[in-house]
Design a protein around this ligand. Structure first.
Ligand SMILES: [Zn+2]
Length: 136
């Protein structure tokens, strides 16, 4: 096998492995021992997180879905947090950070390039903030 190709494949595999490990650790820290999110907890948590990030003026609506994971969406200029069944109290903080940090066109990610960027960058950035309050 071509040596250059070998190194490209090896580095690519290591990057994906590293990503999966980081993703797993942060997801674990984010949910370990946290209370399950219920609709009555949302208004206060939402107000607190918006105020902390200085985006109190943004309209963010919330709904509970039967999907496992939570995700943010932007519909006619209104942000929606679609809470999944795995949602915890910290999920509000995580999703509000997506609203704060990501450009509107990145919220409803379309195409492979945005999906890759989301998985490798936006999601970890939001998790770092959720767990460690690190804003990058
Ligand atoms: Zn996220």
């Amino acid at each position: 096998m071509n040596t250059l190709l070998f190194w490209i494949l090896l580095i690519g595999l290591l990057l994906i492995l590293f990503q999966l490990i980081i993703h797993g650790i942060l997801a674990f820290l984010e949910t370990k021992g946290r209370p399950q999110l219920t609709p009555d907890m949302v208004p206060e948590l939402l107000k607190k997180e918006k105020s902390k990030l200085g985006i109190s003026e943004k309209i963010i609506k919330c709904r509970f879905t039967k999907k496992k994971n939570s995700r943010i969406s932007l519909e006619n200029g209104i942000y929606y947090i679609n809470f999944g069944t795995k949602a915890r109290d910290l999920t509000v903080k995580h999703e509000v950070f997506h609203v704060y940090r990501e450009k509107p066109e990145h919220i409803n990610r379309k195409g492979i390039w945005l999906t890759i960027r989301y998985f490798f960058w936006y999601e970890n950035r939001a998790k770092l903030y959720t767990v460690f309050n690190i804003k990058i």
